[in-house]
Design a protein around this ligand. Structure first.
Ligand code: SF4
Length: 356
């Protein structure tokens, strides 16, 4: 019957809702044999292993957590939930069953799903509002029911400035000089943590600052978005200068490290006093791997990234090089060695499909 159900879902192009208990191996085998990835779906009321969770994400499934996530004895499950990318998670009631703490044992009510959201928020160090927005967006995407939250649709703020955790992220452009094979913008569209980051025009500094509103409560301002922020260098520096004028806020740029290659000169001295941190996508341990997975539009891009990091060390106090675990051919240990030993900067591993 499981196979029939999967075939029906594929035929109708509708997402599957799967409840599996103590049958991970069989579930994986049947889903694979029936090519269930083509219709996708959700592993509902998930209580499985970390291995099962990663497998399901790799296959394009979502995972949904019920009141069990709030149970004191569910520490293992909580660690699994903590390790997963938020943009693939749902929350659910399973009412009238599985009432969350502090209602455990009572007849469950849909309204109590907020307890599951609170637990997820604590595990990911996010606000309850963020979890509500992200899981709502995930639900809309999975079940194709259209509407998203009002905040993500807000034309004034959502596209140019968006909070994630304790940081305010800024969105200056959707353009890149790379075409990274692992970038979700080629498959999932310009969505990050439920925010629609598609831009119809390039905003000027005034528009960005207006969208930021009162940013005094954030620990960090991050130039990121769904494109390469240094392609808008003048706007970026103008916004950074205006932020610094208002106080000693920490400013970071998440970058591909190709600004010097793009502008044909060393732009890093212009960061001095404005930019406190750079997170640079090293991405690979050698030029050949970089060329294959990032498909740069400009020649010698890998060498340019290394040179950019070396130059930036003179002007930016905190530099981290990153690479993504799980991309075929990427040697994380070798990337770490290059960052820490050859370039003298910190190194951070990122994970495939985990955004923000
Ligand atoms: S540089 Fe970043 S945004 Fe651009 S394609 Fe690569 S991963 Fe995506």
């Amino acid at each position: 019957m499981f196979r029939h159900h999967i075939r029906a879902a594929r035929e109708m192009d509708l997402p599957l809702v799967i409840h599996t208990r103590e049958a991970e191996e069989q579930t994986r085998r049947v889903l694979q044999e029936e090519k269930a990835t083509t219709c996708g779906g959700v592993l509902h009321c998930f209580t499985g292993s970390a291995e099962m969770a990663r497998w399901a994400l790799d296959q394009g499934f979502y995972l949904s957590f019920s009141g069990i996530l709030t149970f004191r004895a569910a520490q293992e499950l909580q660690q699994v939930a903590k390790s997963l990318p938020l943009d693939r998670l749902l929350i659910e009631t399973d009412a009238p069953y599985l009432a969350p703490i502090p209602y455990r044992g009572k007849r469950n009510e849909p309204a109590w799903v907020v307890r599951v959201a609170e637990t997820l928020a604590t595990l990911h160090d996010r606000s309850l509002e963020e979890i509500a927005r992200i899981t709502t967006e995930n639900y809309c995407r999975l079940f194709r029911v259209g509407a998203v939250t009002t905040e993500a649709r807000d034309p004034q703020n959502a596209l140019l400035a968006y909070p994630i955790g304790h940081a305010l992220y800024l969105n200056l452009t959707k353009a890149c000089t790379l075409h990274c094979e692992f970038c979700p913008k080629w498959s999932a569209g310009p969505k990050v943590h439920g925010y629609d980051l598609s831009l119809r025009r390039h905003p000027d500094a005034e528009a960005v600052l207006q969208a930021m509103g009162d940013f005094s409560g954030y620990r960090e301002i991050v130039f990121c978005g769904f494109g390469e922020p240094t392609l808008r260098l003048e706007t970026l520096l103008e916004v950074a200068a205006a932020i610094k004028q208002r106080g000693d806020f920490r400013i970071r740029i998440n970058t591909d490290g190709l600004a010097n290659r793009v502008f044909g000169c060393d732009v890093t001295p212009r960061f001095r006093g404005l930019i406190d941190a750079l997170s640079v996508s090293l991405n690979a341990q050698d030029a050949a791997t970089y060329e294959r997975i990032c498909q740069p539009a400009l020649s010698d891009s890998y060498a340019a990234v290394l040179a950019f990091i070396r130059a930036a060390r003179e002007h930016v106090p905190d530099i981290t090089a990153t690479a993504i675990q799980g991309v075929e051919g990427v040697d994380i240990d070798a990337c770490r060695r290059i960052a820490e030993t050859e370039l003298g900067v910190r190194f951070r591993v990122r994970y495939l499909d985990r955004l923000g």
